[in-house]
Design a protein around this ligand. Structure first.
Ligand code: GLU
Length: 414
């Protein structure tokens, strides 16, 4: 098996937790493979009149607990392997925070920075049409992920609705508020990362006031995580995105960084002290927040990480060999499925609101988000201490216990 395969990494994490909890071999066999993966290739008319074919995927990993849920990413590195891993992580994430969902993920192999808005719309509408047979508010509900936004969700919702003949706002989440998007959804993942960091600090009897933070990736997750952490008193001293890295030992004014990304789509034009973008991982900070892509902290570079706390804003940023290194150094790693679950938690609230037509105020959304995060983190913390395992393995065990219970009740068909 290819060692760089992220699906392989996802299976290794599953097997490690399964061993620690004595999960039945039969269930491990089931959970090691995705239930369904659809690959589609479709043509899109470019602005210059030519046609380009794109390849996309949608993987529904496991639906034992309910309709499958997960984002759609547009990125040149999207592959079947990556989508499978991300869909597995969504399955564990939804179970860990006790949402009535299974896990899914989709993606299109493309470079959105080289597509016009019109091309993005045509690509999104055609991709939605191609995966339409497996979508639906009771079967599979997409959301934004890397390089997709509320606008992408609006096109997906409209395309789906055109085919069904009625407006169906509950088929996607992360929509613009005017279309039934939930208040607080955009900020939810980053807000969740900050809340979970605060919870960990409380457990460690430490204060966030003046704590130093480095953030890798300054998209929707990294940006809002930095924003809410600085509101809680932490100092964001290093940030990076794919365009470059910046340091400020006194702590950044985060809204200024966010404004730069809003205006220029990246950090590069920010007028501050530059550094190599990879350096962000190795800064001597209290907290490191990888909020970019998978496989950033690996066996080869983990020894260089100085932070004693890592809160995973991205999905799958830490490889299993790096986990071993970090564990031996006593680093607390809050796993992705816990740390970045705020997004899907508010997605669930958005789906409930769209299904019922009864909309919640922002305080109610944020209150429910915080309550679910705090309860779930408490369960993970207790499990880690009870079984003397890492927070990642503990989070997997909490999630897998829930999934196992559902599989037991439902039995094996036929
Ligand atoms: N793409 C996000 C994630 O990885 C959100 C998924 C959702 O809201 O369905 O958790």
């Amino acid at each position: 098996m290819d060692k760089t395969s992220v699906a392989h990494i996802a299976r290794m994490q599953l097997e490690k937790a399964a061993r620690a909890m004595n999960l039945s071999e039969d269930l491990v066999t089931v959970l090691k493979c995705p239930k369904r993966i659809l690959q589609v290739t479709f043509p899109v008319k470019r602005d210059d009149g030519t046609v380009t074919c794109f390849t996309g995927y949608r993987c529904q990993y496991n639906d034992a607990r309910g309709p499958t849920k997960g984002g759609v990413r547009y990125h040149p590195n999207v592959s079947a392997d990556e989508v499978i891993a991300l869909a597995a992580w969504m399955t564990w994430k939804c179970a860990l925070v006790d949402l009535p969902y299974g896990g899914a993920k989709g993606g299109v192999v493309c470079d959105p920075t080289h597509l016009s808005e019109g091309e993005m719309e045509r690509l999104t509408r055609r991709y939605t049409t191609e995966i339409m047979p497996i979508l639906g508010p009771h079967s599979d509900i997409p959301a934004p992920d890397v390089f997709t936004t509320s606008k992408t969700m609006a096109w997906m919702m409209d395309t789906y609705s055109m085919f069904t003949g009625h407006t169906e706002p509950s088929v996607v989440t992360g929509k613009p508020e005017a279309l039934g998007g939930s208040l607080g959804r955009k900020e939810a993942t980053g807000r969740g990362v900050a809340i979970i960091t605060r919870e960990l600090f409380t457990k460690l009897k430490r204060s966030l006031e003046g704590a130093t933070v480095a953030v890798q990736g300054f998209g929707n997750v990294g940006g809002y995580a930095a924003f809410f952490l600085s509101e809680m008193g932490a100092k964001i001293i290093a940030v990076s995105d794919s365009s470059g890295g910046f340091v400020n030992p006194d702590g950044f004014n985060v809204p200024e960084l966010m404004r730069c990304v809003d205006e220029h789509t990246c950090l590069a034009p920010y007028p501050g002290e530059k550094m190599d973008k990879d350096e962000v991982l190795y800064k001597d900070v209290d907290v490191l927040i990888p909020a970019a892509l998978e496989n950033q902290i690996r066996g080869d570079n983990a020894p260089r990480v100085q932070a004693k706390i890592i809160v995973e804003g991205a999905n799958g940023p830490t490889a299993p060999e790096a986990d071993e290194v970090l564990e031996s150094k006593g680093v607390h790693v809050v796993p992705d499925i816990m740390a970045n679950s705020g997004g899907v938690i508010v997605s669930h609230l958005e789906w409930v609101q769209a299904m019922t037509g009864l909309y919640m105020g922002e305080d109610e959304v944020n209150g429910r988000l915080e309550g679910r995060l705090v309860r779930s983190f408490e369960a993970v913390w207790r499990k880690a201490h009870e079984l003397r395992v890492s927070l990642r393995t503990a989070a997997y065990i909490v999630a897998l216990e829930r999934i196992a219970e559902v599989h037991r009740y439902r039995g094996l068909f036929p």
